[in-house]
Design a protein around this ligand. Structure first.
Ligand SMILES: Nc1ncnc2c1ncn2[C@@H]1O[C@H](COP(=O)(O)OP(=O)(O)OP(=O)(O)O)[C@@H](O)[C@H]1O
Length: 340
């Protein structure tokens, strides 16, 4: 595999123009439709957006965990540690999964194997990818269970998934994911199925391990509160595309895209005093996206140009970027336009 010379040293994962379409009998569902992402070593990027915006499919595409009728379209680029992994064979991808890139899912019970002990499941990738002996893998598995905060790890290693609480199971999933010291961890709503106290414990563990192991994390969530607490950067996804991105403080304190603003206003976590305002309207059909901005039909600042042409990305302060015509210098801003 080729290493791209221009690939920045610190960038561990990059997607360029990632398009993942679902080829159904009732039409082409353009669910992920030109996503650009960049993840730096040891940093956490939050990928947020309403349900159905394409977040999970983005992660599954990166992991190569998609199957017919879902396809990554020609021209999409996925680079892991400088290597183009978009065109790898299933076997080559399976070799990377669990070693250089790993994923934690929303519901650990469905991801864990009910007939094997958790110690065995943490140890398996060590045997598979690192060639450890069973004895070495068991010893390391216990260390890993301890690392993710499972008390009395040597004894718990012999437990089966059903003997553990939801929070413990998610810790086991994290131990499995991090076993081979991957460069990238994808976490898809890892705390949604857990109660609030356990949620914050899991997020704390992830934050600690990120610093300690320097693993880059792509955290998929619909909760901007979680992003605020745990991520360095955020990318806001709407209708299959990223509409705004940047450092967390910049984007959450000075959101530019009308969708990001609406999302913030609709969420209870950041300011519980404020009256919650659901976003009016609904996401257009992914079988026939409008030709202009996909948020136009729900946007209070819509102009004729928004309906005609998809906006390019405009640079904001502190590295923020926004795909919205309101930020085009050439466009005279109407009264009541967004503050820049
Ligand atoms: N296998 C599939 N077949 C048909 N449609 C699919 C398939 N997988 C995903 N989709 C559609 O693709 C779109 C994006 O789904 P995805 O799960 O990525 O969204 P999401 O942003 O992760 O939402 P959520 O937060 O609800 O998980 C949705 O409209 C979904 O219905």
């Amino acid at each position: 595999m080729q290493t791209t010379a221009s690939f920045e040293q610190e960038t561990v994962l990059e997607c360029c123009n990632l398009r993942t379409y679902i080829h159904t009998r009732r039409g082409l569902v353009r669910a992920v439709d030109g996503v650009d992402l960049k993840l730096k070593a040891g940093r956490a990027l939050g990928l947020v957006g309403e349900s159905g915006s394409g977040k999970s499919l983005t992660a599954f595409s990166i992991m190569g965990l998609i199957d017919e009728p879902v396809r990554i379209e020609e021209g999409s680029v996925i680079r892991l540690e400088g290597r183009d992994i978009g065109n790898l064979s299933r076997k080559q991808l399976a070799g990377l999964r669990g070693s250089r890139i790993a994923m934690v899912f929303q519901e650990p019970m469905t991801a864990l194997n009910p007939v094997h002990t958790v110690g065995w499941q943490v140890g398996e990738p060590l045997i598979l990818h690192l060639g450890m002996t069973k004895a070495q893998a068991k010893k390391r598995a216990i260390e890993l269970l301890d690392l993710v905060g499972i008390k009395d790890a040597a004894r718990r290693a012999d437990d089966y998934p059903h003997q553990l609480s939801g929070g413990m199971r998610q810790r086991v999933m994290i131990a499995i994911a991090l076993a081979c010291d991957p460069a990238v961890l994808l976490a898809d709503e890892p705390t949604t199925a857990l109660d609030v106290t356990v949620q914050s414990q899991i997020l704390t563990i992830l934050a600690e391990l990120r610093k300690r192991l320097r693993v880059a994390i792509l955290l998929i969530t619909h909760d901007l509160g979680v992003v605020e607490e745990t991520c360095d950067d955020v990318a806001v996804m709407y209708a299959g595309r990223i509409v705004e991105r940047g450092p967390v403080p910049e984007v959450l304190q000075r959101p530019r895209h009308p969708y990001t603003r609406a999302l913030l206003a609709s969420m209870p976590t950041l300011d519980t005093e404020a009256t919650l305002r659901p976003i009016p309207g609904s996401v257009p059909d992914a079988r026939s996206w409008p030709k202009g901005c996909r948020f136009a039909s729900r946007c209070e600042f819509v102009t004729g140009r928004c309906l005609d042409e998809y906006p390019p990305t405009f640079a904001g302060d502190a590295g923020a970027e926004v795909a919205c015509w309101l930020y085009d210098e050439a466009q005279p801003r109407s009264q009541g336009g967004l503050q820049r």
